[in-house]
Design a protein around this ligand. Sequence first.
Ligand code: ATP
Ligand code: MG
Length: 391
Amino acid sequence: MYKAFLIKYAEIGIKGKNRYLFENALRDQIKNSLKNLGNYMVTKEQGRIYIECPEDYDYEETVEALQRVFGIAQICPVMIIDTIEWEPLTKAVGDYVEARYEDRNFTFKMEAKRGDKNYPMTSPEICIEMGAYLLKRFPEMKVDVHNPSVRIMVEVRNKSYVYSEVIPGPGGMPVGTNGKAMLLLSGGIDSPVAGYMISKRGVTIDAVYFHAPPYTSERAKQKVVDLARLISRYTGPIKLHIVNFTDIQLYIYDKCPHDELTIIMRRYMMRIAEQIAEESGCLGLITGESIGQVASQTLHSLAATNEVCNLPVYRPLIAFDKQDIVDIAEKINTYETSILPFEDCCTIFVAKHPVTKPSLKVIHHSEKSLEEKIDEMVKTALDSREIVLVD
Ligand code: ATP
Ligand code: MG
């Protein structure tokens, strides 16, 4: 029945004279999300986006893809009627209502728009006449202009369009409208969710993963690539930097007190991530940290980690409970992959009793013992990184 979709957006509608940038980004994200599903025509028109579907398109698959495009507030499946002539048009709208609603015991309101102001009827006239036709044909339907359960929208242009269904979109802003940031992506539950959330506000995502072969396996690395692929369904293509962290980790392990390992390691991860971020034009870092979740995420520890960063660090999960994070992970389909039992690089080097209130003075002192080789090691890690484009 449906051969097209009308896409409505909320927040991006209010962006003043930059509005066209948001609309173009949304159109491009929609095109990107549908590119593997067929040959759709996506066009921008007066405050919304219109998608015409190929003959053989799959309805469910298309709606699912659109529900992952940030910036969409509502998805309205549209039936196209190949005429603007009044009689056949009213009949076709009636046929639509009959086919779409088996039980027609509901209240409705007609809404109409004309593309061509020369059309012989005004919009209010279209509503009144069309409403009268429907009431006659379906006596069980009732009009309620204030609080209808169904709004039946008819638009008359060079063809006619009717729609009445509204499927919620994901909300947010189109990716690409708010700069780029670097996600520290581990194999856990939290960081993919953090990336998803920041990207929902229109931010393009690059990612960095630190691995420590042979302490972490090829499978652990594959898991991170898989997670990047899962979130790229929302964020669009992700450039994933895979950094070999083994030598740095072993060096820290060798030189520093073991209860400070995690904090010092995290400080080096941030330093390296920041260098890659700056090279890539990213305006911030993103982590999956949440206050108190583990020893390295107490306020003291977060302060110690944060101290080495110049770029802002975005931590969208900072005040989330684990269960709330899990709920989102399930919704975006990363949870199953995140809980696969492959070790990540931190678990191997964690101390039995890590510090929960690291003192910066003590940490600075410990890091002094790395001075001899650490800069060179960081440089090697940066130079030898592997880059995977995930989409
Ligand atoms: P997650 O569930 O995201 O793995 P976590 O609860 O295990 O987080 P930590 O291991 O303390 O917490 O990591 C905190 C944050 O640091 C992660 O959310 C992630 O952003 C980043 N991070 C940790 N390990 C790595 C890694 N190996 N590579 C890249 N980023 C990492
Ligand atoms: Mg982790």
